[in-house]
Design a binder for this molecule. Sequence first.
Ligand code: NCD
Length: 362
Amino acid sequence: MLAPRNAARRISERARGSTLDFVGSHILSVEQFERTDIDDLFAVADAMLPYADRQRITRVLEGAILTNMFFEPSTRTRVSFGSAFNLLGGDVRETTGMRASSLAKGESLYDTARVLSGYSDVIVMRHPVEGAVAEFAAASRVPVLNAGDGANEHPSQALLDLYTVRRELADRGHAIDGLRIAVIGDLKHGRAVHSLLKLLVLFEDVSVHLVSPPGLEAPPDTTAALRERGHAVEVFHTLADGIGHVDILYVTRTQEERFASQAEADHYRGLFRVNQAIYTEHCEPNTVIMHPLPRDSRAQAQELDDDLIANPNLAIFRQTDNGVVVRMALFAMVLDVAAQVHERAQPVTWYTARRTPPSGRG
Ligand code: NCD
């Protein structure tokens, strides 16, 4: 695997204690971020809220082109990256599925990257193979944002999850420092979990409950990094034991597509189901419920039961909304327009429905 562009510079900057230079950088791993980078990114994300809420429009990326390349299924990541770019005034080109691209004819990632970076100002890529997005980025002439590489990382998801944690806790009078979180489900293959656990290392006094079936525990490197920085990490194999005494439940889907056989995946499906009765019995009042989505709503799975929809602590749709502003912030910082967004702002002239969820706070 080739090293990402700018990596050497970033590593030397890290050694000097300086922060990520967003402008022109690939965003491949949350390990590129220091805590001050997170603060900067979230401040820009906050500034994007009026645009995402359709109170104002900006054309700051007018003329810019994003190429979205998704070689694995995606709904919210692909569409929210595209919407974020559109909301900044840019245009989006889509490639989905290997069979629709020349990779199916044996074209290398290197050639594809050289070609597509000639057509685009920035590329967002999801690929089933760990490290493939970094390999692609090394050959790209424009910044590449990792939208998930196999079971490895999903940086933008973890950033929007952390942004959601920050907002939900702020509503309850807390900061991220001192966070108590239960991370539940397929912790072995879940790339959103891997990136989130790596980001939490940057905060102070975090307590993590890792709740998974035996065999689907989080990779040792993610937990070792937390422990090395003095955070409390406890491992649980039952839901009832793991979901008490936390601020956040972060529930995940069994990543069926990462198993050697469907029979093996079936063995784990539906083992941990959170519903209102379990929540009431085991969780502290106002525990926030998050999930990167999609949740598996088939009868045998239901890791989050439909009866939670009226629970105001279910934050899953606030989480998806937050994905737009965090991705707008990533584009604005990587393409160096964050300071110009407001200068080019105009009022919205069309009817905009207020985005009130039908029941509960979503
Ligand atoms: C996650 C993913 O693709 O890794 N989904 C997402 O991007 N929101 C989690 C999952 O698929 O379970």
